[in-house]
Design a protein around this ligand. Structure first.
Ligand SMILES: Nc1ncnc2c1ncn2[C@@H]1O[C@H](COP(=O)(O)OP(=O)(O)OP(=O)(O)O)[C@@H](O)[C@H]1O
Ligand SMILES: [Mg+2]
Length: 460
């Protein structure tokens, strides 16, 4: 190792200290006549040369030792220098090296611990934020960053969540009272709405730790996204309201006619006949509605179990066409099947797929203009799928309605659908069956031109 030159003053003073006793002894010998002038001078010269040499080496060793110890704190381990001219320093250097190695190992263990703590926090599915006693963010996990975007670390929580009621509640949790103690309650839950598209309903659960953690964390915030839950609740409530509303009209109709038949029309045979006809229609409407509701709930119950049969779609489509032939002729609409010769079977349930295509072709017939053609095309799609498209030449559907079309009871034109005998549940049933089959429903429509409903299913 290339040594730096030793400072001159230190060398000088070390030499003076080392030589002083020898010079003093020679001087004393000379004064008391034990040693003549010349030999005394010769001896002094010899001692000086040897001492300067030894001191030089010794100081060099010490300097290397000092450098070695200071280099031990670096990341790279230094090479132990040869310290032969300062024997004790060799042991000291070895001890220092052992100390440094232990310290380095401990630091690696602490780093590992910190990394695995963060890995565990990141692995949690719920968004989590840790706050210190000043409400500053100490730590956050991946789920939190996914929900809230960039989270400014070591900044006040209000930079990330600007909800006064939440911030107040957290202040209440973190602020010691006049007696210096924290309030008795150590957890709170606050509901907030996160702005953005779409808005998200979130419940923030905050809990104060018994004492601050090593990283300063004193409170943990866990955020529960309840958007889907809320939507499901709303949908359930809407569904019950809609179903009741759909049933109310025919029931009111029936009650009205019964009243009339008992009263004013009691003896009017012609009116009775007419009213009974209408009543039968209303009863039929209620039956259809209940049938559809039951089917929907049945499909929903099994939505997670994937059907495993192999279904010949050509025979399904021919069957559906035959079933709807009468309706098609009445509306002067032709149904044209175009089935690829190489069409593989689809993975699914025969009866359920019949219901799907019956609904789609029934819609096409209902909403097609007179003297047009409804085209049904079935073909393989890639090696693993089959696709069936039902196209009509009808009025089409405005783009704004497309995303909601498969909702229960959603109709573009309520009056028209009801007048055509629709319940508004057909496409909801289609969507559920297709999703149970792990398939896809796509709707394309050009207002004024017509619509195409395509169903993609896995091939057997
Ligand atoms: N081919 C189509 N052309 C134009 N509009 C359509 C077409 N198919 C469906 N729609 C619109 O979507 C709405 C929902 O369709 P859906 O099949 O769910 O109900 P519906 O046909 O009214 O009643 P049903 O339950 O008897 O099928 C319809 O009311 C209609 O407004
Ligand atoms: Mg329909």
């Amino acid at each position: 190792m290339a040594g730096q030159p030793l400072p001159f003053r230190r060398t000088l003073s070390a030499n003076v200290v080392a030589l002083a006793p020898s010079y003093a002894a020679l001087l004393a010998l000379h004064i008391w006549g034990g040693l003549a002038g010349r030999p005394a001078l010769l001896a002094a010269a010899g001692i000086t040369v040897v001492t300067v040499l030894l001191v030089q080496r010794y100081l060099g060793s010490l300097a290397r030792f000092a450098r070695f110890v200071s280099e031990l704190s670096d990341v790279q381990e230094p090479v132990m220098p040869r310290l032969s001219f300062a024997p004790a320093t060799e042991e000291l250097a070895a001890a220092a090296a052992t100390l440094a190695m232990g310290w380095r190992r401990q630091r690696a263990a602490i780093d590992d611990l910190a990394a695995s703590a963060q890995a565990i926090v990141d692995g949690l599915p719920d968004p989590l934020i840790a706050l210190d006693r000043h409400r500053r963010i100490v730590r956050s996990n991946i789920a939190a960053r996914r929900l809230l975007g960039v989270i400014a670390g070591e900044r006040d929580l209000s930079m990330t969540l600007r909800h006064p009621e939440l911030l107040d509640a957290i202040d209440g949790l973190l602020k010691p009272g006049a007696d210096g103690n924290f309030p008795a309650a150590d957890q709170i839950a606050v509901e907030i709405v996160l702005s953005g598209t779409p808005e998200r309903d979130v419940i923030v659960h905050a809990r104060r730790l018994p004492r601050a953690a090593a990283d300063g964390s004193l409170a943990l915030l866990v955020l529960h996204d309840t958007t889907a839950l809320r939507r499901a609740e709303r949908m359930r409530a809407d569904f019950v309201a809609n179903a009741s509303h759909e049933l109310k009209t025919p029931i009111a109709g029936l009650a009205g006619f019964i009243e009339t038949l008992r009263g004013p029309a009691r003896d009017d045979a012609a009116a009775r006949e007419r009213f009974l006809g209408i009543m039968a229609e209303q009863a039929d409407r209620m039956r259809r509605l209940v049938d559809d509701l039951l089917m929907l709930s049945r499909i929903e119950q099994h939505e997670h179990a994937r059907p495993a049969g192999a279904v010949d779609l050509a025979s399904v489509l021919h069957g559906v066409r035959d079933l709807l032939q009468l309706k098609a002729s009445a509306r002067q609409v032709a149904v044209e099947l175009e089935i690829d010769d190489a069409l593989p079977k689809a993975v699914g349930d025969h009866d359920e797929l019949t219901i799907v295509f019956q609904n789609l072709i029934d819609n096409a017939l209902k909403y097609a203009r007179a003297s047009t053609t409804v085209k049904v095309t079935a073909r393989p799609l890639g090696p693993d799928h089959v696709s069936v498209a039902v196209s009509d030449e009808g009025d089409g559907i405005a783009a704004a309605h497309l995303p909601r079309l498969t909702e229960r009871f959603y109709r573009v034109d309520n009056a028209r659908s009801r007048q055509l005998g629709g319940t508004g549940l057909g496409l909801a049933i289609v969507k559920h069956v297709v999703s149970r089959h792990r398939g896809r429903l796509e709707i394309q429509s050009v207002p004024g031109k017509g619509s195409t409903f395509s169903v993609t299913l896995p091939a057997a």
